[in-house]
Design a protein. Structure first.
Length: 205
């Protein structure tokens, strides 16, 4: 079984289970205050596998489906039998790392909660961009641009939105994306050369 399908299945099952059990949903959310005061560190993981709504779940899993398969293919080529472990390491560690800035920013706010796999999925998307920067990504299925340009715009947007007081955890998007790049560079330094070689071959027209 592909790891991408496994992750999608886990996200769907745990999200639906949490929706039907409000106490569980509350216990699994990312609440920095409770993590700090009650040492409930498991929330770093559980919050990354549940979602706030069917639409939230659908769009995250749709993104994971397309980009997860790409990065899974690349990891299989690079790491061979170790590919599933490396892919899971990227995904799970991204859930934790992408929420650390939120934890430190909101650790005294008992009312702040967030859920979703967006940090991990941002890591997968940007890992894919690192290996295939010229693959086009489409905005609203209309405007299609090379992945590396989309990545730059996405980082700028996420940084700007993270500075605002929003209910959406844009910090997780931003730091998840950056972590995806850093993770791949650490485990496979040649990825930098792959990225640069493709960018050099790119022409605007």
């Amino acid at each position: 079984m592909k790891i991408t399908y496994l992750l999608i299945g886990i996200n769907i099952i745990l999200s639906i289970y949490a929706w039907s059990n409000p106490a569980v949903f509350s216990k699994w959310t990312m609440n920095p205050y409770l993590i700090r005061t009650k040492n409930q560190y498991y929330r770093f993981i559980t919050s990354g596998f549940i979602h706030g709504s069917y639409m939230h779940l659908f769009f995250n899993m749709l993104t994971l489906y397309f980009f997860g398969e790409r990065i899974e293919h690349n990891f299989t080529f690079i790491f061979e039998k170790m590919a599933p472990i490396m892919y899971l390491a990227l995904y799970v560690s991204a859930i934790i790392v992408s929420d650390l800035p939120t934890f430190f920013k909101r650790r005294n706010d008992s009312y702040y909660n967030s859920v979703g796999a967006s940090g991990a999925i941002s890591a997968v998307v940007f890992a894919s961009i690192l290996f295939m920067p010229l693959n086009k990504l489409c905005l609203y299925a209309i405007i299609c641009i090379p992945g590396f340009i989309f990545g730059i715009l996405y980082l700028i947007y996420s940084y700007y939105e993270a500075r605002r007081d929003s209910q959406i955890n844009h910090d997780a998007h931003l730091y998840g994306a950056l972590f995806g790049i850093i993770f791949c560079i650490i485990v496979y330094p040649h990825s930098i050369s792959i990225f640069i070689e493709q960018i050099r071959a790119w022409r605007f027209f």
